[in-house]
Every structure is written in C-alpha cells, then in structure tokens.
Write a protein that binds this ligand. Structure first.
Ligand code: ATR
Length: 273
C-alpha cells in the first residue's frame, strides 16, 4: 500500500512542502504521496485523532497549528519540548509523536554553507517569534555562550530570554547595532527582510566584525535586503532556503524510510516554483 503523508495548516495553499517532498518521492521512486490538507483551527484536534484512520503515516504541521499540536501531543522530542511547537508528526506503534525539525534545519543549512558557524560564541537573533525560539534552541545546542535577542517589542525578547536561561539576554531592536562588535553570528527572523520591505529597522552591519556570519531565515526573496547589506560589508551571508529544505529531511525519513539528500537540483527545483 502507498504511504501517505500530509502538510496541514490554515491556509495551506502557499506551502512549498508538497513540491519539496514530491521531488524526493520521484527521485527515490517511492510509490507514496505527500498532500496539502487545509484544516480549520476548530477541526485540528479532530484531524489529529483521525489521520491514521484515513491512511496517513504522518505529516507536517504549520501555521496556525504548531503550538496547538505541542499542547495536545504527549510524546514530544526534546526540540519540540524546548521550542514549544511541533512541525512533524509520526506514529511509533499506536502512539502519536510530535517533533520539531526547524532547529535541525537551521543548523544543517549553516553546516552546509558556512561550517565555521559552529566555532562562534556570541550570536544575536533579531526577532522574538516562533522562528526565533527554534533558532535559540539550535544555538544553545551547538554551544553558543551568549545569545542576544533583539526585538521591536523588548518585553517579548526578555520573556523569550527568560525561557531559555542565563545565556540569553533580551534587548530592544534599536540596540542591536551596538551589540554587533562582539557578535559572531547575526540571524534575522523578522519579516523586515521580506520582499517589499527595504530592510529598514534592522541593524547597521557596518558595525559588525569582519568575520561575522549573517543569515536570514526569510527566503522570499532569496537575497534579502539584509543579506545584500551583509555582502556589501564583505561579510559572509547565508540565505534561508536551506533551512526549509533541511527541516524536511527527518520527516521524510520517518514516513518513507529513506533519508533524502538536500542537493543543488532540489534547491533549483524549489526556486523555479
Ligand atoms: P515567526 O513565527 O515567523 O517568528 P511572529 O511570531 O509573527 O513570526 O514574529 C515576527 C517577528 O518579526 C517578531 O519578532 C516581530 O516583532 P514584535 O514582537 O515586536 O511584533 C517582528 N516584526 C514584524 N514586523 C516588524 C517590523 N515592522 N519592525 C520590527 N520587527 C517586526
């Protein structure tokens, strides 16, 4: 019987995940499917209890269901527990499990394009939303000693810092420029990098150390104004598309039994869409 997996969100039509998993299903000649399933918030709990009966091995969860899945699912992996959100579902026997692969995706992207990121000690994360939580978890796992979190709403940065312990310090976003002199890794998680936004409000990268690595989790456009500014300063810049590609690997392996490869062909195939 064909193995079926899903991505569920509300709305879900914009998701790139079906194209991504579809590429791998074809490449590895797996007779399975990966389909978008739009589920309204009020139907999500019901969906969780029914999907196995409907023939699905598991799937991905996206906005707005990630935090709800975290609250409902009993078996969580360490990343999901720490991040407070679930993006991947699978069964072990009859038990539903929830994991979070965003931190893995973030780390694997930097491992691919800028492996020396692991030698850094001080990072700054711009933004304090859900994506920032996954990245802070990844930075702590890798051994960063100090993590500055700078956010428009300072209180939210301070709350996030408190959640992750003494290595983290919350700041106002406008304070970020003066912190760059001691920072090895600069991560933008705010929507300020997106198409249409000029990147204003983000820190002035002329204050950064010459060895600093800059990455933006936004990948539309691929080269965000923030990454362009980084390159203009001669800094190493890593785009966010690889985080999307790599975060999908563990789920695909769980449902379909093959650990898929992130390749340049996959990257180009996603960019073509
Ligand atoms: P995600 O889950 O993708 O991280 P989110 O939880 O909506 O999304 O968080 C978006 C982040 O972008 C927040 O840190 C937000 O700042 P606030 O906490 O102050 O809202 C930040 N952000 C969004 N628009 C912004 C803007 N115009 N200027 C500065 N920061 C902005």
């Amino acid at each position: 019987m064909n193995t079926k997996a899903f991505v569920t969100g509300w709305p879900i039509s914009h998701s790139k995940s079906p194209r991504l998993h579809g590429f791998w299903l074809k490449k590895y000649k797996i007779a399975g499917t990966y389909e978008p399933v739009a589920v309204e918030p009020k139907e999500f709990v019901n969906f969780l209890s029914q999907f196995k009966k409907n023939g699905f091995a598991g799937g991905n969860v996206t906005i707005p269901h990630k935090e709800v899945a975290f609250r409902i699912i009993k078996n969580l992996d360490p990343a999901a527990s720490a991040i407070g959100a679930v993006n991947t579902l699978w069964f072990e026997g009859d038990e539903l499990h929830g994991g979070n692969t965003d931190a893995y995706g973030f780390s694997a992207n930097l491992d691919e394009f800028m492996p020396r990121w692991r030698d850094g000690e001080v990072a700054i994360v711009l933004g304090a939303g859900g994506a920032a939580r996954a990245i802070i978890y990844a930075l702590i796992e890798v051994g960063y000693k100090k993590i500055h979190i700078a956010n428009r709403t300072q209180e939210r940065a301070e709350r996030l810092a408190a959640d992750f312990g003494p290595k983290c310090v919350g700041h106002k976003l406008s304070k970020a420029s003066e912190l760059l002199g001691e920072t090895d890794l600069i991560v933008n998680t705010t929507s300020l990098g997106m198409a249409g936004s000029g990147g204003e409000g983000l820190p002035d990268l002329s204050f950064a150390r010459k060895t600093a690595i800059v990455t933006d989790i936004v990948y539309t456009p691929l080269r965000t104004p923030f990454l362009i500014a980084a390159e203009e300063q001669g800094l190493a810049a890593v785009d966010g598309l690889g985080m999307l590609l790599h975060q999908a690997v563990p789920g695909f392996e769980k449902w379909f039994g093959i650990r898929p490869e992130v390749t340049i062909e996959l990257r180009n195939y996603i960019l073509e869409a």
